[in-house]
Structures are given as structure tokens and as C-alpha cells.
Ligand binder design. Sequence first.
Ligand code: TTP
Ligand code: MN
Ligand code: MN
Ligand code: MN
Length: 376
Amino acid sequence: HNDEGEAVVFSVPSFACQRRITLDNHNTIITGALSLLAENAELSEEDGRGVAFRRAAAVLKALPEPVTCMTQLRGLPCLGEHSLRVIKDILENGESNEVESMKQSERYKALKVLTGVFGVGAKTADRWIREGIHTLHQLRDSGHALNRAQQAGVEHYDDLNQPVSMAEADAVGEIVEKAVVSVLPGAQITLTGGFRRGKPSGHDVDFLITHPEEGREEGLMSKVVSWLESQGFLLYHKTSRNSYLESANGPARPASNMDRFERCFSIFKLAKKYHELGKDAGPEETKPAGHKPWRAVRVDLVVSPISQFAFALLGWTGSKLFERELRRWAGQEKAMSLSSHALFDNKQKRYLTATSEEEIFGHLGLEFIPPSERNA
Ligand code: TTP
Ligand code: MN
Ligand code: MN
Ligand code: MN
């Protein structure tokens, strides 16, 4: 509030990549509600609506203090009719009826349970729900054939739905580091994703791997995976080179955020630390069934040549909305195409190279935003 006691009117730039959004969120009830609506839209394959709610949430996340009345929001970007209605409900009643009833709906609960299985997306979950499958029990009884990923997803369901802590991310990092330097001395690993943005927990751990000499990284992924497998660290892995765009013109013109790096979606078998084991682990105790000395953790590995490293690092650090907004800014404001591989200037008809994230922001005419402020 200002000196006259009037509520402050906020001002926020249009694109999320122009804002500094830390984890210090002063409007968690509103952003939580908008994020749930976004999630529900995405799970219903209504991506346009999903992005609209994500953008609205990212405006509220950028505010320096809690919103107290609707007049403060006048002139803010990305707040559509629907989002404003939800915010008004929360300011007046403490919650949104729409969001509360959505959370209670059978369809939303079933979508959450089924897409909580690694390897199950919105399409598959929707098909199963239309067959009356709403729970893991019903899925098991249905006799549906599950693919390898989904089998692992069901088997490790509880572990994979428990957030990964920073300490666990560090432990995974030590293992990956050991694997990488064992198969290619001089190769480097970098923590990306939510943990690089300073999140205290995540749904997985993401790493980017490269080598300072261009070309030396070739064939690295299969060697790393073989090493991890031989040491018993992998419960599941699927290595792929995304072939989706293999016929496209240049690396900077993807139709979406899909990239062509060699990657591995995996599930690690991570030993629990002594203090996490509890009393069941003591040698004189009989260990009850279900208490195991390890847990399953989702890990994503990506290999990039050093020439594309800055773009890969920027692309894999997120948040997903921040990345989407960077690409939208590049296209709409700068006539450039940004991907996790390169930046193409459509007017000069040439690629703009970069060896750091700072350089890429510079090419885009944006103030540099550090990872901890990319939590849009
Ligand atoms: P995620 O690991 O999905 O998300 P996150 O690390 O931000 O959050 P969480 O704590 O839930 O794990 O993705 C990390 C980044 O990787 C994200 O910004 C987008 C990028 N990414 C790609 O570029 N291509 C892909 O195919 C995938 C799956 C992710
Ligand atoms: Mn603050
Ligand atoms: Mn992640
Ligand atoms: Mn990931």
C-alpha cells in the first residue's frame, strides 16, 4: 500500500523471459489454483488452455507482494477472463469453487493416478478412463498389456511419486560423474532442470553431458549407460535420438521444443543413506517386507557437443514456460528461431553462435536472467 493507503497497482512485462521469477512466491494460493487448471487442461489435451493458465500463473508469481484486490491487477498482461474469475473467487472466498470441484472430480483423480505411472501420458490415461479404469488396482485387473516403461512405472509407483530431494540429486550426480569420467576422461556433467533453478526438490534429476573437444562426445551415451548398468545402478533405461525432426531444414527450426540430442530417460536404483533406513535396517531386526535399502529415482541424461552446449544448457534448465516464452520472444520480437541446438537470425539468414547463456540472452536483446530467476 502507498502513503494514501491505496493498494499498489502492479506492473509486469509481457513475456515471462523478461521477468525475474524466484521461488519466493507471494501468491501461492492463486498460482496453485491456476496451475491446477493448467494441469487439468494439459491432461485433457487442451494445450492452448493449459498455456493460458500457465502464463496467468507466471504473472502472479512475478508480483512483489500478495494481491488484495482486483484493481491492483489492472493492465497486467496474460490475465484472461477465466483466470480473472478464478482470482476474484479466491480473493472473495479464499478458494475457487471451480478448482475445488475439479480436484474432487472422479475424472481428475483418475487422470492424476494413471498419469502418475511413468510411461503413461494423457492419451493413454483418457482411453483407460473411458474403459472404466480409475485406479492402479483396476489397471492391474484389466489385463492390459503394458509396455516396458509402464511396467517399470507401476512397479516403482510409490518411489517415483515421492519427490526427489537435493541430497538425493547430489548422490545421483556423484554416480553419473563417476560413470562419465570412467568412460571418457575430461567429459563434463552439469546439473540442469529444476535443481539448477534452486528448487529444493523435483520429480527427477536432469544432467547435461559434454566434452570440451568437439566430436569427442560421440557415442558417449551408450558407454555411460553400459557402465551404469554393469554397476547395477539402472532399474530402467531407454536411450533415444529424437528422430522427429530428422528431415527438417536446420537445427534452429523445430516445430516444437523437441530436440535431437542423444538422451536417456532412466530410473536409478539409489542406495538409501544409513539415517534414511530407519530401525528396520538394523542387522538384529528382521526386516519387514516392503522396506528396502534403496529407492527408485527418475534421471534424465542428455549429451551435447560443446558447440551447442550453451543452447542445450539454456534449453534444459527450464522452467518449461520460461523456455516456451524465450522461443516466443525470439520469433515474435526478434525474427529469430531459438532451439536447444542453435539460434537462427531469419533476417540475416545466419546462425548466431554462443559459448554462454549470457551471450544468448544478449543476441535476443534480453537482460540476462540467472537460473534461480527462471522459475516461471
Ligand atoms: P523437467 O525435468 O520435466 O522439469 P523440471 O526439471 O523443470 O521440473 P521437475 O522438478 O518436475 O523435474 O524438464 C527440464 C527441462 O528440460 C525443461 O525446461 C524442458 C527440457 N526438456 C526438453 O528440452 N526436451 C524434452 O524432451 C524434455 C522432456 C525436457
Ligand atoms: Mn519477496
Ligand atoms: Mn527435472
Ligand atoms: Mn527431466
